[in-house]
Structures are given as C-alpha cells and as structure tokens.
Ligand binder design. Sequence first.
Ligand code: HEC
Ligand code: HEC
Ligand code: HEC
Ligand code: HEC
Ligand code: HEC
Length: 414
Amino acid sequence: MRLSYFAALLLSASSFAAHAAEERVASATETFFDKHWPSTIHPQGEPDDALPDVEKSLAPESCRICHLQQYQDWQTSMHSRSMSPGIVGQLVEMVTDDPATARLCWSCHAPLAEQQDLTYSTADGWQDNPEFDSQLQKHGMMCASCHVRNRQYYGPPRRSSPNTTGRIEELLPHGSFVAEVGFTKSEFCRGCHQFARDDYALNGKLLENTYAEWAASEYADNGTQCQDCHMPDRRHLWRGIHDADMVRSGITISVSPVPENHLPGQLVDATISIENSGVGHKFPTYITPKVFVRGRLLTEMGEQIDSSLQEYVIGWESYDLAVEAYDTRLSPGQQIEISYRYPLPDEGTKLQIEVVVDPDHWYRRFYQNILNSGGGGAGREMLAEALALSQRSSFSIYEQVFALVKPKGDNPSQ
Ligand code: HEC
Ligand code: HEC
Ligand code: HEC
Ligand code: HEC
Ligand code: HEC
C-alpha cells in the first residue's frame, strides 16, 4: 500500500545521526550538535523537587508564563503543527504495524522521548513507554524539543554577550541555562532538514537536501544562517513556503513590457522573469510544493479565455517517488525566463499573469490516492481532514493585468 511504501522510503533517513557523527569536525560546537540531536533523545529524568511545578513542566503552556513572545510566535508556526492530522493519521496504525518507522517519524515530528508512545531496547524490543505523555506529543516540535535535555535548559548566548558558550551561573528560573553558540548556526536545523549521503535519493538527488543547498550557496560563504532568514531578531515564526510574504521576500518577478497596441490575430508575446533572489536554498527546497506561473488572455469584461492559458510549473515532481518527472526548482541566484505567446482572439483585450503557490501539492495527491483506494485504516478520518487542510493552503503571490488594445477613443484608425 502507498502508505507503507512512503514510510519505507523515509526509513532510510534513520542513519542521519550516524553520518553526522562520521563527518564530525573536532570542534566543541560540532560536539554540541551530536549530543543535542542524537537519533533518539533520552528521557529527561526526574525534575529537581525544589522547583515549582511550572519550572518542572515540559509543556509549552508552562514556558508561556515567562516567555510569552516566543510562545505566541511558535503557536503560529508550522513547528507547532508538526503532529498535524496528515502525520497522526499515518501513525495510528504504524505504531503497531511498523514501530521502527513510527519512531523515525517521531524523531523529526515529536523528538523528545516523553512525546513517543514506545521505547526500544535490544534486550526487551518494543515496549510501551512509561514516560509517554500524549499531551506533549500533540505539541510536536515544542519548546522543550529544542531547548531541554536531561532537565537542563539550553539556549543561544545572551544578546549582550553573543560569543559566550557555557552555563550561566545565576539564580534563574528552571535552574539557570546553558548558553550555546550552536543555537545560532544552520547546523542546529540540519538533522531534520537534511538527509544523509546514503538516504533516499530521487534521480541521484537526496529527497531532503536543504542544508547542503544552503552550504553550497553564497549565503553560507557570507555567514547568513537559516536563523537569519527564518528567525530574524530571534523571532520563533519559521515562515516558509506556506506564507505569501515570506515567499515574496525570496523571489523577484517581472514581466517584460507588453506592447499595448494589439489587433486580433497578432501575437501577444510577453516574457516573465523569475529569480531566486533571496531564498537560501532551492526555490522551493522540497518535493512537496509547486509554484504555478500562468498567463492567459481576458475579455474586456475580465472573463478568462480558457484556450489561451499557458502554464509553467516550478517544482520537483515524482508521482511515485521512484521516477523523477521533472525538476525545475531554482537554485540560489538562478533566474529563468518564461515566454507567453498566443495570437490575440477577437474577444481578447487583456493579458493576465499570475503566480500561485500550492505548498501541499504532493501531499494532497498522496492523501487523495489513499482515500480513493479505500485505505488509511484507523487513520482514515484524520487523513480526510489533512486532505481538506491541503486544499485550502494555496495562495497567489503575484497578479497583474496588462491592457492590450488601446481604448477606442484614443485609437486614430476608428
Ligand atoms: C518562571 C519563569 C520561567 C519559566 C516557566 C520558563 N522560563 Fe526560561 N527563562 C526564564 C528567565 C528569567 C530566563 C533568563 C533570561 C536571561 O536572563 O537571559 C530564562 C532563560 C531561558 C532560556 C535562555 C535564553 C537565552 O538567552 O538563551 C531559554 C532557552 C529558556 N529559558 C527556555 C524555556 C523553556 C523551553 C521553558 C519551558 C519548558 C521555560 N524557559 C520556562 C524564566 C522562565
Ligand atoms: C525548532 C527549535 C526551537 C523551538 C521549537 C523553540 N525554539 Fe527557542 N530558540 C531556538 C533557536 C535556534 C534560538 C536562537 C535563535 C537565534 O539565535 O537566532 C532560540 C532562542 C530562544 C530564546 C532566546 C531569545 C532571545 O531573545 O535571546 C528563548 C527564551 C527561547 N528560544 C524560548 C523558546 C520557547 C519558550 C519556545 C516555545 C514556545 C521555543 N523557544 C521554541 C530554537 C527553538
Ligand atoms: C527535530 C526536527 C526539526 C528541527 C531541529 C528543525 N525543524 Fe524545521 N521543521 C520540522 C518539521 C517536522 C517541520 C514540518 C512541520 C509540519 O508541517 O508538519 C518543519 C518545518 C519548518 C519550516 C516551515 C516550512 C513550511 O512548509 O512553511 C521552516 C521554515 C523550518 N522548519 C525551519 C527550521 C529552522 C530554521 C530550523 C533551525 C533553527 C529548524 N527548522 C529546525 C522539524 C525540525
Ligand atoms: C528527517 C526528518 C523527517 C522525518 C524522519 C520525517 N519527516 Fe515528515 N516532514 C519533515 C519536514 C522538514 C517537513 C516539512 C517539509 C515538507 O512539507 O515536506 C515534513 C512534513 C511532513 C508532512 C506534511 C506536513 C503536515 O503537517 O501535514 C507529513 C504528512 C509528514 N511529514 C509525515 C511524515 C511521516 C508519516 C514520517 C515517517 C514515515 C515522516 N514525516 C518522517 C521532516 C521529517
Ligand atoms: C537567505 C534567506 C534564507 C536562508 C539562509 C534559508 N532560507 Fe529557508 N526559506 C527562505 C525563503 C524566502 C523561503 C520561502 C520560499 C521557499 O519556500 O523556497 C524559505 C523556505 C524554507 C522552507 C519551506 C519548504 C520549501 O519547500 O521551500 C524550509 C523548510 C526552509 N526554508 C528551511 C531552511 C533551512 C533549514 C535553512 C538553513 C539550512 C534555510 N531555510 C536557509 C529563505 C531562507
């Protein structure tokens, strides 16, 4: 079935931590990444009894009491929705049928031990996890997933002393914190946004390659980290392909001047240029979104002339994740020119150019296929919900209408 097929492909991602270790450069910061993001994070252990309950709790609602800004930002982010119906719907049966794959999904979507139903050891195999807290699991990539290990709180160095790594020995809530420069580096994001060398590749290209795309770009050379674009001013918003303003900030669109004077039958000839002018990796980086560049002619009343529609798709396509159909993603700095050419029909008077982003294009088809084939089992209802969500996520980032025929009064031949 497609569900487990997809899971099997992702299974290969489990080796990423091992590779990270292999490629380790002997630096304190690299050691931090290995320790902070092992393939499985150990349970936190017992909290210090002396602390008030709110400082013992791993729940984001507790952090909220003292870190309101980060909480409010995070709540609007995709990280807070990383246990959405599309994932949970797939996990329902996977937890019993294929726990190893379920644990792999958790490693990126709900990484703390306390967020996972099961534990594994070679001696006992798969067991119910005594530390499991279903409320914490629902929060997915929550504050503690990135900031708490063995009950110790970690964060970036204070803004006032940006290069200090080490334990801040002051009387603070949750027993102080460890300042770690690694929080400000792209490598902090690598474990979940980059597959390792031997992981699943499509046409020789790793299915998840964001970190490597960034590392090969001039952004890495100039020291611009993921955080600089996705967490400016340390905000916890992580805007990406689901946000119109974020996408607009990364690309430049222009349409070559379209001559106004056009008579029916003449060729309408326009060039749409799209540049990846500010995305620190490919636009888009994953196989899941699609960006549609559309040109079409309109009547005087603004009705679309269907036959005149021409469409170019920016994205990476594979219907089965086995064979690549096309890859038209734009590398950092890359610019493409798309031409629109169509003879003007009698009723045509305007050219419309639009760019529409469909962030969940691949997933929508995936959910549709499962539901149409009667699959999904116990997770079926959630997958239907995921389908509905994916149907609402498209948005337009550019729309321009160009007049093609001079208004009658101005036309000397009339
Ligand atoms: C009772 C209040 C309180 C609660 C609850 C609390 N914190 Fe804090 N936290 C603080 C204070 C105060 C500091 C110190 C800030 C400073 O002086 O730089 C701090 C520091 C931090 C830092 C380091 C900030 C830096 O500059 O790097 C992080 C990260 C952090 N907390 C995360 C969390 C998380 C995650 C939770 C919930 C699991 C949490 N805190 C719960 C009050 C709290
Ligand atoms: C995906 C991992 C991740 C999650 C989830 C996350 N943070 Fe952070 N947090 C970071 C990183 C990375 C930084 C440092 C950003 C930088 O230096 O640009 C940071 C910085 C901070 C700081 C220091 C802020 C400052 O202005 O100095 C605090 C406090 C904090 N986070 C609290 C929280 C709280 C509370 C939550 C949950 C509501 C949370 N974080 C969720 C990764 C995360
Ligand atoms: C432990 C795993 C993990 C880490 C570490 C992590 N992420 Fe994510 N990130 C995810 C997952 C899972 C999602 C998808 C959530 C969803 O939509 O279900 C995501 C989503 C995102 C998105 C939103 C993409 C969109 O579709 O709009 C951005 C942007 C992002 N992450 C940036 C970062 C940055 C920057 C860092 C480092 C500071 C980081 N992430 C660290 C797991 C992680
Ligand atoms: C290496 C980290 C990683 C692993 C392992 C992983 N994911 Fe994800 N997942 C991501 C990231 C990053 C995104 C966001 C980018 C995107 O949309 O493709 C994401 C997005 C998704 C989404 C779409 C977003 C949403 O909220 O609906 C689904 C569904 C999903 N993952 C399911 C799974 C399942 C099921 C597994 C286990 C078989 C899994 N993932 C394993 C990192 C991972
Ligand atoms: C120079 C700014 C910049 C840098 C650096 C950058 N990004 Fe992005 N990122 C963007 C913009 C703009 C978008 C929205 C357009 C898009 O989706 O490609 C985006 C989108 C994303 C998405 C959405 C998924 C998708 O398919 O596009 C993820 C996930 C992401 N970035 C993660 C990262 C990670 C991880 C790093 C560091 C390795 C990083 N980004 C570095 C600007 C940046």
